[in-house]
Design a binder for this molecule. Structure first.
Ligand SMILES: Nc1ncnc2c1ncn2[C@@H]1O[C@H](COP(=O)(O)OP(=O)(O)OP(=O)(O)O)[C@@H](O)[C@H]1O
Length: 296
């Protein structure tokens, strides 16, 4: 089962530049959360802070009793084993074939024998639809395949928390739909807590249980998918509709004067898109069952 991640009063700066401050949120166990925000608002910095690769100046990130900000490095290192991390470009080693890339964390962090490693790698490659491509080099496959390989590699150590940084970047709309389904299917299979950074509005609308949004150095919104998709908050509405009128400008913050001159177009009321369900044959998502139990 996925592990809860609790973020309390987190503040991160680089020199005099505050990236965001006082961020507080909870990622419930096994639930999928999408983190949105204009470019440069610190989404990647947030992921790196959650896993303890960057050190915020204030606040805590609690994971399985370890504070990923303030605990001793040894404990943070141990807790990091609970995470699977998928970077934007798949971050594969160019000289290793897909099998060896995906096997890498197992060879590096465990003492498993080669036949056990083969079993796990093939199982993960099957999950992401890459069986048959074991011998290919990253340079010989498409961007979408590289992303799926990055995802398979993020899964080999049986993570209970999966962090994905823009898993859709560079993918065409059809591949992005497949990726959305893959993320939900993986969640149904492994029940890991997932945090996905994306700019893709279809993913935001159909994949997560929760959505958060960073803007102007703050977490300006966080809540259930349905609430965010229906939100009347100008910055959330603007981002989700992709229009120019609103508080977000080309360089993140728009001049108030300019904003006052804008006429915000009346949006047609669209039905709320349904959340994706696991593919036929897969188990139901346990996180949703847990939510229902809590609501009873
Ligand atoms: N190691 C670092 N040292 C100094 N500044 C950094 C460092 N890493 C990130 N930043 C700054 O922090 C800010 C947030 O960067 P980040 O990459 O997290 O944004 P983002 O929201 O993920 O952007 P995008 O959507 O474009 O990927 C940027 O201004 C960036 O220049």
């Amino acid at each position: 089962m996925g592990i809860e991640v609790t973020v309390e009063g987190l503040t991160k700066s680089f020199g005099r530049q505050t990236v965001w401050e006082d961020v507080t949120l909870t990622l419930p166990p096994g639930e999928v959360t999408v983190l949105l925000g204009p470019s440069g608002t610190g989404k990647t910095v947030f992921l790196k802070s959650v896993i303890g690769l960057l050190k915020p100046e204030r606040g805590r990130v609690l994971v399985d009793g370890v504070d990923m900000v303030n605990s001793p490095e040894r404990e943070i290192y141990r807790a990091r084993r609970l995470f699977g991390l998928m970077f934007q470009d798949g971050a594969l080693f160019g000289s290793l074939n897909l099998f060896d890339n995906i096997a890498f964390p197992l060879r590096e962090h465990t003492r498993k024998k080669e036949d056990e490693i083969r079993r796990i790698v093939m199982e993960r490659m099957e999950m992401v639809g890459l069986v048959g491509s074991e011998a290919k080099l990253p340079g010989e496959i498409s961007g979408g395949m590289r992303k799926r390989a990055g995802l398979a590699r993020a899964l080999v150590l049986d993570p209970q928390i999966v962090l994905c940084d823009e898993p859709d970047s560079g993918l065409d709309p059809v591949r992005t739909s497949y990726l959305s389904q893959l993320l939900i299917d993986l969640n149904a299979q492994i029940d890991a807590t997932m945090l996905i950074v994306t700019h893709n509005l279809d993913i935001a609308a159909t994949v997560p249980d929760n959505i958060g949004m960073l803007f102007r150095r703050e977490l300006v919104a966080f809540g259930p998918r349905e609430d965010l998709l229906r939100s009347e908050q100008p910055v959330v509405r603007q981002f989700l509709s992709g229009r120019r009128a609103g508080p977000i400008g080309m360089s993140e913050e728009k001049d108030q004067e300019l904003q006052d001159q804008e006429t915000v177009p009346v949006e047609e009321v669209r039905p709320l898109p349904a959340q994706l369900q696991p593919s036929p044959g897969l188990p139901p998502r346990r996180a949703l069952q847990r939510r229902l139990e809590v609501a009873r």
